[in-house]
Design a protein. Structure first.
Lengths: 383, 383
């Protein structure tokens, strides 16, 4: 019986997306088996997950925690530690490597999994922002299928199914607008971390919730879409849709559009990525068109949210510049979350570092990792 | 060059849909060739169309007009007359038989075209309402592909592309609500023909515009969807969407939905039916999400618009009952358009005739035609 189940390797099992993945797997015990889980340093939850899901392998990113987890799980499972072990875990035979690690550290394990020709469920947008061209080319060469888990990209993939590349006119990435959509321009300078973390529609990790508030999240998604679907940036637009029911739309050259709708719950795109092309019934909350009543659409306010145009700028600039945007943003968001900078400083800092950077054309993976390190250092130098 | 063009036989070329078909063909002279056209009695326009599009065949339904059209088009083209000639024209070799004849008279030519295994672009909903099961079975047997042209069914087809039948949960047929959507209940008894013909979103023929106002059009579309997509009636719902941009939605068993959007212009679904699976660029007005701003959704008011539940009733009753609904409705709409009955009498009359009818199970095509004749007679007896 076990052999007929889809074997899943889950990197980032203790984060927001990772916990949702396990919640989905819990609902389909006949369909999926968790072969391996990994976390950077959440020993407590990792042990709990290992006991519930009985994986064959458990990896802890932080080597200092190896002996603790070893003693807690002794004899029950193979235990590994360190970032290199995480990369190796990502290449193990399985049906799906689920990448749910946030931030720039996701890059190496993702490249390793693609290099091994694995089928990837990709929730981490940062690596594809930093190294989109390398990842796209490697995935094509290794015939590694990347199924997006970001709700917007999951919807775009669904919109594009069965369509030729030539028939695509415009991708409209929707966004709820984030926590500050309705905050007036004058008050933007004084918003607090708590204001920013109060997202109107999605329960997510802290970093992505800040990115939603700056609209950098949409900017990163534009870059992500460019490489996931191999579409030029001028064909990718952002539309604010506060109800967060339509997760993206695609317009075709004949002027017709397809849209994909679901209740804002990450388990929908997670289930899709795990089960694709199968369509599995579930008990998640559904869209009730009659009770929603209204869908609205707005153009993003690019003056209030300069992250949008900055993302298009780095995408057109290419080379190592998107990696600099990504790492500078991650570092600046951390500074904001720890109270060291104000909200408006986030994108201001990112812009300064981006404009200071001398982009390397046709970068190697090491060039990209070096550029990220440089960007992180530049942000810290500024504060 | 001419041989590489798609050959189209257009039945009902002088009606609202037929003229739109020719407008589409006019824009793609390298793609499509009109092989044959037919009209019931609009000699003037038929001659004009024959001169512009140079078809090989022209058929006039009304035999009394044969000599007039013959003298007007002498030597230029083969001319036929009568309903039997129309049926024969529908079986001629071609790439697409475009059925744009309104009303019950479309049934025989449609059955003839399907019997000949032709690819059909179906704009006429009445025949599939009356004889859905016969048409479905015959099309399956003859491997005749039916591409819907009704905007809602064109959208549903698009939503279902690449999906298994088992994955379908619910079809949501959208409707603008018609001309009387905002008229209060008390005023419904006194609306005039002019009120009813003022459709807010679509420019269409008179009969379908009245059907939009009674919501019988949505009822007929539910029946049409049942047979076009072989879906049980409980899986088909109606949702009022006054902006008329989303042309239908399909929910799948995993709780995700696909929707199809386009500006309300019949040329979109016409072009799709002619070119499918190709996607052709065009200069028709496109949806501008930013200028639309809002989409709204309402449940249909089934007390104000009893046609909705009447349609579900006849669908569940089956046999010859849907044909009776269809013919009684067509006759009643004509009585309304000629000022002989009031607006609320339309559905009231249809309901009386439907409830009087003794349905024949597993009807033949003749049973259906006889039931339609009977229904027409019953309506006229009542007024």
């Amino acid at each position: 019986m076990k052999n007929s189940k889809k074997q899943i390797i889950l990197l980032g099992s203790t984060g927001s997306v990772g916990r949702n993945v396990l919640d989905v797997v819990r609902k389909y015990p006949e369909q999926f088996h968790i072969k391996a889980i990994a976390s950077f340093n959440n020993v407590e939850l990792l042990v709990e997950q290992a006991e519930e899901f009985s994986p064959e392998m458990v990896t802890i990113g932080n080597v200092a925690l190896y002996s603790e987890i070893k003693s807690r799980l002794k004899g029950k499972v193979k235990i590994y530690a360190g970032m290199k072990a995480l990369e190796e875990m990502a290449t193990e035979p399985c049906d799906t490597v689920f990448m749910a690690i946030g931030g720039v550290v996701a890059l190496k394990p993702l490249v390793a999994a693609i290099g091994a020709g694995r089928r990837i469920a990709l929730a981490s947008k940062e690596p594809i922002v930093s190294a989109g061209e390398i990842i796209r080319n490697l995935a094509d060469k290794k015939r590694s299928v990347i199924l997006p888990v970001d709700s917007e990209h999951s919807a775009i993939m669904e919109c594009l199914l069965g369509k030729t590349k030539e028939s695509l006119e415009t991708i409209y990435i929707t966004g709820s607008g984030g926590a500050l959509w309705k905050v007036c321009d004058k008050s933007m300078g004084s918003v607090t971390v708590n204001d920013v973390l109060r997202h109107p529609k999605w329960k997510m990790g802290r970093k992505i919730t800040v990115d939603s508030a700056t609209l950098m999240n949409k900017g990163l998604e534009v870059i992500e879409a460019r490489w996931l679907f191999d579409v030029k940036s001028e064909k990718i637009k952002i539309v604010i849709h506060p109800e967060a029911i339509i997760h993206s739309l695609v317009e075709f050259v004949d002027g017709t559009m397809r849209a994909v709708l679901f209740y804002p719950d990450m388990r929908f795109p997670i289930l899709k990525a795990l089960s694709f092309p199968e369509v599995l019934p579930n008990d998640f909350q559904k869209v009730d068109l009659f009770s929603i009543g209204n869908f609205s659409f707005f153009a993003p306010d690019v003056k209030k949210f300069p992250a949008v145009n900055l993302a298009y700028y780095v995408l057109d600039k290419g080379g190592t510049t998107p990696a600099v945007l990504n790492a500078a943003n991650e570092t600046s968001v951390n500074l904001f979350l720890t109270g060291k900078i104000k909200f408006l400083d986030i994108i201001d800092t990112v812009a300064k570092v981006v404009h200071k950077h001398k982009s390397i054309k046709k970068p190697s993976l090491d060039d990209i990792i070096n550029a990220e390190e440089w960007a992180k250092g530049e942000v810290l130098k500024l504060w």
